[in-house]
Design a protein around this ligand. Structure first.
Ligand code: DX5
Ligand code: ZN
Length: 220
């Protein structure tokens, strides 16, 4: 009886009324709020930085799950922590000293995660697994909302789940990209516990119906 958590991504929200959007999605049953930070270098898109995170902080009690799609995230960890991030993920591909980066996130008292692009092998985090609170398996190439789910992510989640269980760890698996009521049961069956969803929540008329549909689809 696994509890599946839904983390709506504000990337697909109306940026002209973000605070309102966040309150609505909180009332609709979201478990975490996923905040996609993009720098135009690591990914071919730009979003927002710590100032927007700090501005949203007083408007909701949802934990902030900050997904850093940026080069050299070490430069900004303290700022995002101060801005109100509760969970912080960095990309393995952007961190030459990944263990140091993860250690810093934990020193800041935040939940630490590593995100892996679809083509990045699980071996990138193998030696670090015991230090992580979560792993973010990307099921699209990061940069944009509304892309098609890459199905080999399911197998990757299964293998990761086995790695975690073999080591007796409590590392959570988060999945991001193309999650909807059709793909949710596949990733949950594979071992994902936190589902990020942008267009499948903020792209819908009713956020509560959308979250309910994701949770129903996750009951497998
Ligand atoms: C993509 C972002 C995702 C994005 C997902 O680079 O990391 O969080 O918002 O959007 P959907 O759920 O629409 O694929
Ligand atoms: Zn994301």
């Amino acid at each position: 009886n696994l509890k599946i958590e839904i983390a709506p991504s504000i990337l697909s929200a109306d940026f002209s009324r973000l605070a309102e959007e966040v309150k609505t999605v909180e009332a609709a049953g979201a478990d975490l709020l996923h905040l996609d930070v993009m720098d135009g270098h690591f990914v071919p898109n730009l979003t927002f930085g710590p100032q927007v995170v700090a501005s949203l902080r007083p408007h909701t009690e949802l934990p902030f799950d900050v997904h850093l799609m940026i080069e050299d995230p070490d430069r900004y960890l303290d700022e995002f922590a101060r801005a109100g991030a509760d969970w912080i993920s960095v990309h393995a591909e952007a961190c030459p000293h990944l263990h140091r980066t993860i250690s810093r996130i934990k020193e800041l008292g935040k939940k630490a995660g590593v995100a892996l692009n679809p083509a990045t092998p699980l071996s990138a985090i193998e030696w670090l697994l015991t230090d992580l609170d979560f792993v973010l398996v990307m099921s699209v190439n990061p940069g944009f909302g509304g892309q098609k789910f890459i199905s080999f992510a399911v197998e990757k989640i299964k293998v990761l789940k086995t790695m975690i269980q073999d080591r007796g760890l409590a590392v959570k698996i988060q999945v991001d990209g193309g999650i909807n009521p059709q793909t949710a049961p596949l990733v949950v069956a594979a071992g994902a516990e936190i589902l990020v969803a942008g267009s499948a929540v903020f792209g819908k008329e009713s956020y509560s119906e959308a979250i309910k549909a994701l949770k129903e689809a996750s009951k497998i």
